[in-house]
Design a protein around this ligand. Sequence first.
Ligand SMILES: NC(=O)c1ccc[n+]([C@@H]2O[C@H](COP(=O)([O-])OP(=O)(O)OC[C@H]3O[C@@H](n4cnc5c(N)ncnc54)[C@H](OP(=O)(O)O)[C@@H]3O)[C@@H](O)[C@H]2O)c1
Length: 337
Amino acid sequence: MRAIVQDKYGSPDDVLELREIEKPVVEDDEVLVHVRAASVHPDVWHVVTGRPYILRLMGAGVFRPKNPIPGTDVAGIVESVGKDVTRFGPGDEVFGETRMEHQWQNGGAYAEYVSVPQDVLALKPNGITFEQAASVPTSGFIALQNLQGGGQIQPGQRVLINGAGGGVGTIAVQLAKAYGAHVTGVDNTEKMEMILSLGADHVIDYTQEDFTQRDERYDLILDVASNLSLTACKRVLMPNGVYILIGHDHYGDATGPIFGSLPRFLMLSALSPFVSQIPDMNFSLLSKGEAMAVLAGFIEVGKLTPIIDRTYPLEEVHETMRYLQWGRPHGKIIITP
Ligand SMILES: NC(=O)c1ccc[n+]([C@@H]2O[C@H](COP(=O)([O-])OP(=O)(O)OC[C@H]3O[C@@H](n4cnc5c(N)ncnc54)[C@H](OP(=O)(O)O)[C@@H]3O)[C@@H](O)[C@H]2O)c1
């Protein structure tokens, strides 16, 4: 099969190659998916470059990637199944992340076929394309678990999504609306119209205005762009409001090369028993399979429409990764075999 392969960590232009390799073999609890689309997001960049370095010790592979094929989100058609698989059969259209673990490791999705544990997949919702389905898993999981788990979102709350026009933000805006919140989206000038079209009640252009200096107060701030300080956010949070950091490293520009955003997460975690506006970081998580089913439900009833900026073929993986880093995409980027 054709696949993008990396034998070492480094710049995407230097280390990513399109090659012919063997098709994966399914384990007993795995499903072989004929890939129709995979998504391109900041965590793919992190694992390709091996930065921050700590991710190499967190399962990605110390000296080189354990799995040489990037990509963690997939949509496609089941080709065959392992002997213990009960939930899917050949011909099913599925979507989901490709691994049970966190996103800081390669998942094998940038290929014609990928072998995936059945527990992380769900049936692809009707009425959306494979490209749209592939755009949802990682971003949708982050948006859902942080709004629902960390944020304990409630109807009628005033929710601000900082970085509302990117991969996580375009889903978070729609989920927050689906949960009955009043939603403000913050992003750059060119994304204002799109964010309003997703259902946001209000938008703020970060290039023109600093929302932390305004009079409005929020029950929940979801900081996807991760450029805000807790002190600035406390000024515009209700006394019982919460601040949630997502941890965007801006491709190494915003954080250090060794630990990335981890020191900020650790600091917030240490402060959370003393600062009411920081949620307990040990909130219970949905499993990935459960999260996919919840997200599929929102898509089926029309409350979540995945937003694709553009789609590239595997052959253009270098252009794809450059567009991710510098193209300022509206929503998600997709790559197809
Ligand atoms: N916490 C978790 O559970 C978890 C788990 C896995 C991954 N992550 C992290 O989550 C992040 C996901 O991000 P994503 O895919 O949504 O990224 P993205 O597509 O790059 O979106 C970020 C958005 O923020 C905007 N932005 C940039 N600077 C801003 C500012 N100063 N104020 C407001 N908005 C600003 C960007 O717009 P411009 O076009 O202007 O730059 C962009 O629209 C990744 O970094 C990933 O590593 C978190």
